[in-house]
Design a protein around this ligand. Structure first.
Ligand code: IMP
Length: 188
C-alpha cells in the first residue's frame, strides 16, 4: 500500500512516513504546493488542499494541515500558524505570552485524503499541552521547542521525533486515517 503525501515540509514528511509505516502504508512525498484556503477551519483547508492536489496529480493523495491554538490568545495563531511562525516565530509567541500565567495550548492536525473526481475526507487529531517559558531542545520543527505535551516536562523538541510520534496530534489524525484507509481503500 502506497500513498502520495503532498507537502513541502520535510519535518512533517518524516513523521508521516514513520507513523504510517506502522500500518504497512508506504508514503511517497510530492513537493506540490496547494493554495491555502483562507478559513478558520483546518478541516476546510485540508479538504480543499486534498481535492486540489488529487485533481492536479490525477492520483489519490493526502495532505496535512495543522495549527497551534493558544488559550490565552483566544486560539491564536490557529489556522494561521504557518504565517505566524514565518513572521514572528517562537520568540514572538513567547513575547505575546510574557507575564501570562495561562500557558495552555493545543495542537490540532487534520489529514485530508482525496481521489481524483472524488469527495475529500478528513481525519482530526489533537494534543493538549502548554507553552514553555523559553525554547528548549534541538529536534523537530516549527513550534516544537516551545510546546510541552500534557503529562510531560520536556518540549516536543526535547522528546525527539520517536517519542513525539507516539503521542502527537499528527499521530492521532493519521491513526484515524489509517484505520479508515484499511477498511475503505486497501484491497479494493
Ligand atoms: P501547516 O500545517 O503547514 O500550515 O503548518 C502550520 C505551522 O505550524 C507551521 O509553521 C508548522 O511549522 C507548525 N507546525 C505544524 N505541526 C507542527 C508540529 O508538529 N510541531 C511544531 N510545529 C508544527
Amino acid at each position: 500500500m502506497k500513498v502520495l503525501f503532498a507537502t513541502g515540509n520535510i519535518g512533517k514528511y518524516r513523521e508521516v512516513k514513520q507513523i504510517l509505516a506502522r500500518y504497512g502504508i508506504e508514503v511517497e512525498r510530492v513537493d506540490l504546493d496547494y493554495p491555502e484556503l483562507q478559513s478558520d477551519s483546518l478541516e476546510e483547508i485540508a479538504a480543499y488542499g486534498a481535492r486540489y492536489c488529487a485533481e492536479s496529480l490525477g492520483q489519490p493523495v493526502i495532505v496535512e494541515d495543522s495549527g497551534l491554538f493558544i488559550e490565552a490568545l483566544n486560539g491564536f495563531p490557529g489556522p494561521y500558524s504557518a504565517y505566524v511562525f514565518d513572521t514572528i516565530g517562537n520568540e514572538g509567541i513567547l513575547k505575546l505570552l510574557e507575564g501570562e500565567e495561562n500557558r495552555k495550548a493545543e495542537f490540532i492536525s487534520v489529514v485530508g485524503y482525496c481521489e481524483p473526481g472524488g469527495r475529500p475526507v478528513t481525519f482530526t487529531g489533537e494534543i493538549r499541552g502548554r507553552i514553555a517559558e523559553e525554547p528548549r531542545g534541538g529536534e523537530g520543527f516549527g513550534y516544537d521547542p516551545i510546546f510541552i505535551p500534557e503529562g510531560e516536562d520536556r518540549t516536543f523538541a526535547e522528546l525527539g521525533v520517536e517519542e513525539k510520534c507516539k503521542i502527537s496530534h499528527r499521530t492521532r489524525a493519521l491513526e484515524r486515517f489509517a484505520e479508515w484507509y484499511e477498511n475503505n481503500v486497501a484491497g479494493r
